[in-house]
Design a protein around this ligand. Structure first.
Ligand SMILES: *Cc1c(COP(=O)(O)O)cnc(C)c1O
Length: 355
């Protein structure tokens, strides 16, 4: 097996993979409903929310679409500081919304001051923010950003994509006052791809009632009507829910605080190695991601060659994303990855440098 230092899909523990081989049951059955309720209850802990968590049988981009279709009638401000935040802007445009973008240089975080200024100039129904820009390895200060939105434009809804951080980094939905928080299964949750999770605040649900054309598949009010009966309007990805059941137990057994500390420590260890070898992180402190370290490819490595070398030792890293493809490299420290794995990767890279 290859240890994937790649920001999704990441390695899945074998007992979690195994859980998917359980036989199907009717999804409208007491057994499945009990399981669906139990995974939902445990997801609330990971989201730090009392609000219900939707378990969607689609990847995280679908949740970006759900956010736009349900909580934006016309106007939305998309904070764009990398590829995934740009995708959310495009999702809004493709759904016919009046989307404005607030651009930041790739590698920089979204800043509270600039967001406040933009909200003073024009009123928006919602803002979209990516907590952890996987394309650049930047974590934006969502707690502070939410605070300025509450101050400057209290009725603007705060929609947050935490696809590559939730479950590996502490994000407190209720305490921070977030209105929609979403993530995918294949990153810090270390599950196979195909599920995504999201929670919406009460006022966001209220707003959805006034938004026309919410569609069918992503209509959050329809989802909620079925969720209260521990069910879904459509057939859920049952095998993945079996896997989620096992993985949530493993995550809570490790302890969420321990899990967050492990992610941060692995990221720090790799950053220290990179800096000592003149491969500077793209992001400045304190905005360096705790789950995907992105460093400048200062040695002009051909990532394919590096991966061939690492592959012989059972490891794989990622090249840069989008326009940063050749000028950065990315090392994901998420999910099942351990400090021992990170140390092995560092040793291998030291050997690669000697070639
Ligand atoms: C991976 C990723 C996405 C896309 O998620 P899918 O599950 O592939 O649809 C969106 N946002 C961020 C920040 C990501 O890292």
């Amino acid at each position: 097996m290859t240890r994937m230092f790649v920001p999704g899909p990441v390695d899945v523990a074998s007992e979690v993979l195994q859980a998917q081989t359980k036989p199907m049951v009717p999804h409208r059955s007491k057994d499945f409903e009990a399981l669906f309720r139990s995974t939902e209850e445990r997801l609330r802990k990971v989201f730090f929310t009392e609000r219900p968590v939707i378990q969607g049988s689609h990847s995280g981009s679908g949740m970006q679409e759900m956010g736009i279709r349900n909580f934006v009638d016309k106007t939305v401000l998309a904070c764009v500081n990398g590829s995934f935040s740009e995708r959310w802007y495009e999702v809004a445009v493709n759904n016919g919304k009046e989307a404005d973008r607030l651009d930041f240089e790739w590698g920089k975080a979204v800043t509270p001051d600039e967001l406040a200024d933009a909200l003073k100039k024009k009123h928006y129904e919602a803002v979209t923010i990516v907590h952890n820009e996987t394309s650049t390895g930047v974590e934006s200060p969502v707690k502070e950003l939410a605070r300025v939105v509450h101050e400057v434009s209290p009725d603007t809804l705060i929609l947050v994509d935490a696809v590559s951080s939730l479950g590996g980094v502490k994000i407190e939905m209720d305490a921070w006052g977030l209105d929609f928080l979403l993530t995918s299964s294949q990153k810090c949750f270390a599950l196979p791809p195909g599920l995504s999770f999201a929670a919406a605040s009460e006022r966001a649900m209220k707003k959805a009632e006034s938004v026309p054309n919410r569609g069918w598949y992503f209509d959050i009010l329809r989802m909620e009507k079925h969720r209260v009966k521990d069910s879904t309007p459509m057939t859920p990805a049952m095998s993945l829910i079996y896997a989620l059941d096992v993985q949530l137990d493993r995550m809570l057994e490790e302890g969420l605080e321990n899990r967050f500390a492990r992610h941060a420590a692995m990221s720090r260890r790799f950053q220290e190695f990179a800096i000592a070898n003149e491969m500077l992180p793209l992001a400045d402190e304190p905005y360096r991601s705790k789950t995907v370290v992105t460093v400048k490819n200062a040695k002009n490595w051909v990532v394919g060659d590096l991966n061939k070398f690492l592959g012989e030792r059972g490891m794989r890293i990622a090249n840069g994303y989008g326009k940063l493809k050749d000028i950065t490299i990315r090392i994901a420290t998420m999910g099942e990855t351990t400090m021992e794995d990170v140390d092995k990767l560092i040793l291998a890279m030291q050997d690669f440098m000697k070639l």
